[in-house]
Design a protein around this ligand. Sequence first.
Ligand SMILES: [Zn+2]
Length: 292
Amino acid sequence: MSGVQLEFAGGLQIQTVQEQAWPGVELDFLLHQVPPEEFAQTRAARDARFVNQDNGQLRMSYHSTVLRTAQGNVLIDTCIGNHKERPLIERWHRKEFPYLERMAELGLAPDDIDFVCCTHFHADHVGWNTRLDNGVWVPTFRNARYLFAEPELSYWQQVREDEPEHIFTRSYNDSILPVIEAGQAVVVAPDHEIVTGVQLRPAFGHSPGNVVIEVQSGDDRAVLSGDVMHHPVQIERPDWNSIYDQDRDKAQATRQKLLERIADGHTYLIGAHFAGPTALQVQESEGRFSYR
Ligand SMILES: [Zn+2]
């Protein structure tokens, strides 16, 4: 099975569940105003895992990460989901992904998930929160508490009121609201500890209440960075924004700070869209970051 499989001290396991591998997108579909000749000079541009060497397109993935801990199974980010009405984006629209089947290959049924947390509320991070049951959206993970960071929840509640046609109002309505109505939502602070050693951290910018998830077990550490970085090239070039960053200056500062925090050559960095999916270790030399 491809994807991330990490075994941490104390028996904590980290695994990814892939929903969709996106074979390639053009540079300007993902990154904001990056000159192609500068992109070509990066190490990531020559890394076949992350850039298609035949046509120069950027590889992407949509996946969730599962943390299997002594205190329960934690599911981070829930991708696009099935049967969602997303007419503006073909690769998200009315899909039928074998996502739950892939989760079953890890020995996990939906009822085995104890906590669900979305790093932010963009439609490709909340989809499997719900599934369609006789025309009604119901929580996919019936035994789970869904942890919603307060600033992100309030922001999108306001967008829903102000902009009923907003693309992410649609995903709020079918993927967040049914969870709240089912009584399974828990509003938490953006530095909430989910279980021992698994903690949210504020990482605002990509979205107003965006968080990352830090995992520590013994000496082993990982960060699930959600969309703080969309592509590994942003490790080398944290000054490059994704076109999806809502506040570009803040997103850039957050990315820089996160890299400084984890650049010990040891901590695993798992991005929500890093192709593979893969876990990278970051190091710093003379103010520049690189991965291995
Ligand atoms: Zn995303």
